[in-house]
Design a binder for this molecule. Structure first.
Ligand code: DAH
Length: 340
């Protein structure tokens, strides 16, 4: 019996020594200490021993059991430490390696130009207002003195939703909405998307952006319009850039002007961009037609006003010397992220 116990003890201790995984320890434990294990079997067999030997043998078995349990526990801790070490080594991160690069993103050049335009006018005391891209014929045309048979309504230009509703062809309907709902003094700008059934080319797109401006008060003159646009040109494009007014026609302004900016590329000397003229056409403007004031419920004897509408893409192209509208719409990040 003693020899048997010693044999079990030595064998199990060396098995523990050789075990390389904690799962192997469990196998060993079950084999010797489990319900059907070797030691447990010996204890069960004690009933066959003579009564006087039982306490001694029982004590020996328990001693061996204690030794093996302690050895198991110790080996368990060793193996856990080894396994943890191995895992840590496998999962090690080299914190000195450069991290993955994250791009910060950038504003679209058109939005940069638009933000600048808005800043300039807000700096002059204007309020930003919004209109609707899907608009009633009434505001897009009728209240702006564009009657039913006017060529600007030609189905070629206008996207009709139904007989009375269009995709707005310009931001000018915002003027009509503001004039019919507010009392002077009025000083607003309204940037936004507009739609025209144009073929896309270097200078045209069926969807583009405009910014409308409207000022109504007592004693507003064409001089105020000219001064305002000159100041805008200077702040937007720099010293030495001003405006030139050419007589024109819009149904909603009288008189009306086509407004040119000094070519920022050649400072008015004449170059390819301005086709040698030194000027670049950028916007339409004029004194709000008294007929429009009256239709919108504003007393044209007491009040006068000016209005203007400019292309936002146009401003971006000019500001950044971009030769083709396509660049703004192609979404090529290599191009777009150059602008900050
Ligand atoms: N709505 C005109 C267009 O789309 C631009 C314009 C011209 C707006 C004169 C105005 C204005 O407010 O007074 O071509």
């Amino acid at each position: 019996m003693e020899n048997k116990l010693r044999e079990i003890r030595e064998r199990v201790l060396s098995e523990l020594e050789e075990a390389r995984e904690s799962s192997r320890l469990e196998q060993i434990r079950v084999g010797v200490l489990g319900k059907k294990g070797e030691l447990t079997g010996l204890l069960r067999g004690m009933g066959k021993l003579p009564a006087e030997e039982r306490p001694k043998v029982g004590q020996m078995v328990n001693e061996v059991r204690q030794v093996l349990e302690d050895a198991l526990e110790q080996r368990q801790q060793e193996l856990r430490a080894i396994e943890k070490d191995a895992r840590l080594r496998a999962e090690a991160v080299d914190v000195t390696l450069p991290g993955p690069e994250r791009s910060a993103g950038s504003l679209h050049p058109m939005n940069i130009a638009l933000n600048r335009m808005i800043d300039v006018f807000v700096g002059m005391g204007y309020e930003v207002v919004e209109g609707y891209e899907v608009e009633y014929d009434h505001y897009n045309f009728e209240l702006l003195n564009i009657p039913k048979n006017h060529p600007a309504r030609d189905a070629q230009d206008t996207f009709y939703v139904d007989d009375n509703i269009v995709l707005r062809t310009h931001t000018s309907p915002v003027q009509a909405r503001i004039m019919t709902t507010r009392k002077p003094p009025i000083r607003v700008i309204s940037p936004g998307r507009v739609y025209r059934a144009d073929e896309a080319d270097a200078t045209h797109s069926p969807v583009f952006h405009q910014m409308e401006g409207l000022v109504i008060d007592e004693h507003i003159t064409m001089g105020d319009l000219k001064g305002t646009l000159d100041e805008f040109a200077r702040q937007m494009f720099g010293e030495g850039i001003s405006t030139r007014f050419r007589p024109s026609f819009f149904p909603f302004t009288e008189p009306s002007a086509e407004v040119d900016l000094t070519c920022a590329n050649c400072k008015g000397q004449g170059c390819r961009m301005c086709k040698g003229t030194g000027w670049i056409e950028v916007l339409g403007a004029g004194m709000v037609n008294p007929k429009v004031l009256e239709m919108c419920g504003i007393d044209s004897k007491k009040y006068s006003g000016f209005a203007f509408g400019m292309g936002v893409e146009r401003m971006a192209l000019l500001k950044y010397n971009i030769p083709n509208l396509r660049y703004l719409y192609d979404n090529d990040l290599r191009f777009l992220t150059q602008y900050r």
